[in-house]
Design a binder for this molecule. Structure first.
Ligand code: ADP
Ligand code: ZN
Length: 446
């Protein structure tokens, strides 16, 4: 495995081993310095934060240790909504040169803002991630995330530009054109959601584009939860190395964390973002290795800093160092959001756990939908999943038996009975952005 310390520094601006391979003490000292500045900045420039900090009896001038932050209250999505649109901005609006908005997956959108320097930080943090895994100015980066209020498109655009690569801002959708461009322009790097890559693979098969003959070698995939078997499927079908990239607009957008080539955990950009893991029920901090809700405090942003922002994403922090040489702490792949969690007969289930089981079963396609309904006032959970073309035609008679065997696999992995309904190939809706994995029909009248 290549160690990032040995990377050739052909771009000194992006290769910063003094920071990204620094000792824990050095990283923590830098975080503390920036935390002090951020708390002061929020306190002095925003009424909401000032009141919150005062109510907590906290003196932003007296932060002596990173753990002092645990004395501060959380900021929630609800706080953002109540202060819609610009109430949590911490600079005058004339210094804000850009706004973005979360995609509203779970409710009203929330609005975030950037100064010129904030946009520069965004480019820098994501460019560093890409640079460290080998993206160079010779690369051709196809950005198939949406451009617009969603942060995905612009984030990768800036980062790739900063590296000096050629960027193709093709945005999401129009999959045949995407593939033609990928083929004709010889794209080497792809940025989009994992579910969209599988849709691309399917369209490529149909129109006769063979990924093994393309130049594409690396994917930065994220914006939605995905599982390890899903990664294997993507790597096999697109003939790329697929890295998990995580971010959220409230923190900055893509660039909060990403996997290195070791593909085991996502390195946090710790000099800009301070991560904590808390128990979502009690709000208490959890040590590395324990799973809980990830909470972020930004350390350098000016227009829209956040203090202890509750992401609702479930993850844990790694204890060990990484063999790539980077010393930034790693977080586990986010397995879902607390509000995506299904509680079925008392058992907590994330869609990604169901995905993991399904994707390990031969003859199933990576397209599924979890359908929730009511039967005699009780919640009912069913999974629709597509079977591969060959088995559908050959084994029509055996499908019922196959369904039962999948139900057994789900039962032994998750501990509850989930009805499985096998579907014909290409009947479940495909996604060009964030996939919708759950269809909740519990409110529907029968
Ligand atoms: P939202 O989807 O909340 O409207 P964003 O567009 O900012 O807002 O998306 C950020 C959210 O997307 C994260 O909080 C997380 O739930 C999800 N997400 C982003 N990247 C990943 C990833 N790599 N794995 C799992 N979930 C992710
Ligand atoms: Zn690493």
């Amino acid at each position: 495995m290549r160690n990032i310390k040995n990377l050739k520094a052909d771009n000194p601006d992006l290769w910063d081993p003094e920071v990204s391979t620094a000792s824990r003490e050095k990283i923590r000292a830098l975080q503390l310095k920036n935390l002090r500045q951020t708390l002061k900045h929020c306190y002095e420039n925003n009424v909401f934060y000032k009141n919150r900090i005062d109510e907590a009896g906290f003196d932003p001038d007296k932060v002596s240790d990173l753990s002092d932050i645990e004395k501060l209250p959380f900021t929630t999505k609800e706080d953002l909504r109540v202060n819609y649109p610009f109430g949590l901005f911490c600079t005058p609006l004339n210094q804000v040169i850009r706004v973005h908005s979360s995609s509203g997956t779970t409710g009203n959108p929330t609005v975030v803002g950037y100064t010129k320097e904030d946009l520069e930080i965004w480019a820098q943090v994501l460019a560093r991630i890409m640079y460290d895994v080998g993206v160079r100015k010779e690369d051709i980066v196809q950005v198939s995330h949406g451009f617009g209020l969603f942060t995905g498109g612009f984030g990768f655009q800036y980062a790739a530009e900063k590296i000096g690569a050629m960027v193709i801002p093709v945005s999401g959708g129009n999959t045949e054109r995407q593939l033609k461009i990928m083929n004709d322009f010889k794209s080497t790097v792809l940025c989009c959601t994992p579910s969209y890559t599988l849709f691309m693979a399917e369209v490529a098969d149909r129109i006769g584009i063979d990924f093994s003959r393309l130049e594409l070698k690396l994917g930065f995939l994220g914006a939605e939860p995905w599982s390890e078997p899903m990664r294997n499927e993507i790597e096999k079908r697109l003939c790329i190395k697929a890295l998990n990239s995580y971010g959220l607009s409230e923190v900055i957008g893509p660039g909060v964390s990403c996997e290195c080539l070791v593909q085991d955990g996502l390195h946090l950009n710790e000099d800009h973002f301070l991560a904590e893991i808390i128990d979502p029920d009690t709000g208490k901090n959890l040590p590395p290795g324990e799973k809980g809700e990830i909470v972020f405090t930004t350390l350098t942003k000016k227009a829209f800093p956040v203090i202890r922002y509750r992401t609702k994403d479930i993850s844990y922090l790694y204890k060990n160092e990484c063999s790539c040489g980077k010393t930034f702490m790693k977080m586990s792949r986010p397995m879902g959001r607390t509000d995506d969690m299904l509680i079925i007969r008392g058992v907590n289930v994330f869609p990604s756990q169901i995905e993991e089981v399904l994707m390990n079963i031969k003859d199933l396609e990576p397209h599924y939908l979890i359908v929730l309904s009511k039967e005699n006032y009780l919640d009912k959970i069913e999974v629709w999943v597509e079977v591969s073309e060959n088995i559908f035609q050959e084994k029509l008679m055996d499908l019922e038996f196959f369904e039962k065997s999948i139900e057994n696999r789900l039962y032994s992995a998750i501990g509850i009975h989930i009805n499985v309904s096998l579907k014909e190939p290409k009947t479940i809706a495909r996604s060009e952005g964030k996939a919708q994995r759950v269809w909740d029909r519990r409110q529907e009248k029968n």
